[in-house]
Design a protein around this ligand. Structure first.
Ligand SMILES: *Cc1c(COP(=O)(O)O)cnc(C)c1O
Length: 206
C-alpha cells in the first residue's frame, strides 16, 4: 500500500479522504488503518458486512457508496455505517427511512455528467428531490451531495460535471448541506479545485 502522507500532504485541510476499499483485502485495510486512516468506503453491502465483521476491533468509519437494492436495505442497516453516500431518489430514501430505527446520514447522488451508465438523479431535479427527502423522511439526515465525475479524457468535460455538482451543493447549503463528495483517483485534484470537500480514493492507494 502507498504511503498515505504522499496524498495527505497535498490535500487542503477541509477535504476529507475516504479510502475506497472495495478492491482491498482486509489486511490492506489494516495497513491503511495503521497509517491513521479511519474512513473507508464500500460499494457492496455483502462486502461491507464481511469486512466489518472481520475488522470489528478497529474503529472503522464506514461509508456506503454503491447501488443499494431494496432487498439489501435491512442487511445494510444491521451494519453500523456512518454515511450512505449513494441515495439517488426520494423513493429509495423512503424505503430506508421506513425500515430504519435510527437516524441515517445520507448524501444525494447526482448524475452530473448525465451518463446513462451512472446512478444518480439528473442535476435539474436534484435540489427539488433533496428538499422532498428532507421533508418526507424523518430518519434521514441529509448532509450533502455526492457525484462521480464525467468519464472522459477531456479535463474540461470532467470539470464541467464537477461544477454542476458544486452548484447544486451551493444551493443545498442553504438547507444545511455540508458535504460535497466528489473526486476519485483519476480526477480528485480537479474535484478539489471545483470545491469538493470529500474525496473517495481507491486504486491510487494501492
Ligand atoms: C470505486 C469507487 C471509487 C474509487 O475509485 P478509484 O478510481 O479506485 O479511486 C469512488 N467512488 C465510488 C462511488 C466508487 O465506486
Amino acid at each position: 500500500m502507498k504511503d498515505l502522507n504522499d496524498i495527505l500532504k497535498d490535500l487542503p485541510e477541509n477535504v476529507a479522504l475516504i479510502a475506497v476499499s472495495k478492491s482491498f483485502s482486509t489486511e490492506e485495510v489494516q495497513e491503511l488503518y495503521k497509517q491513521g486512516q479511519r474512513a473507508f468506503g464500500e460499494n457492496r453491502v455483502q462486502e461491507l458486512a464481511r469486512k466489518n465483521e472481520i475488522l470489528q476491533k478497529e474503529t472503522l468509519i464506514w461509508h456506503f457508496i454503491g447501488r443499494l437494492q431494496t432487498n439489501k436495505i435491512n442487511h445494510l442497516l444491521k451494519i453500523p455505517f456512518h454515511l450512505w453516500q449513494s441515495c439517488e431518489s426520494l423513493e429509495m430514501a423512503k424505503e430506508v427511512d421506513k425500515r430504519s430505527d435510527r437516524i441515517i446520514n445520507v448524501l444525494l447522488q447526482v448524475n452530473s455528467a448525465e451518463e446513462a451508465s451512472k446512478q444518480g438523479i439528473p442535476p435539474a431535479l436534484a435540489l427539488e428531490e433533496y428538499l422532498k427527502i428532507q421533508e418526507n423522511c424523518k430518519n434521514i439526515n441529509l448532509q450533502g451531495i455526492m457525484s462521480i465525475g464525467a468519464m472522459s479524457e477531456d479535463k474540461k468535460e470532467i470539470e464541467k460535471s464537477f461544477k454542476i455538482t458544486y452548484k447544486i451543493f451551493e444551493e443545498a447549503q442553504k438547507y444545511g448541506a455540508k458535504i460535497c463528495s466528489m473526486g476519485m483517483s483519476s480526477d480528485y485534484k480537479i474535484a478539489i479545485d471545483c470545491g469538493s470537500n470529500m474525496i473517495r480514493l481507491g486504486s491510487i492507494l494501492k
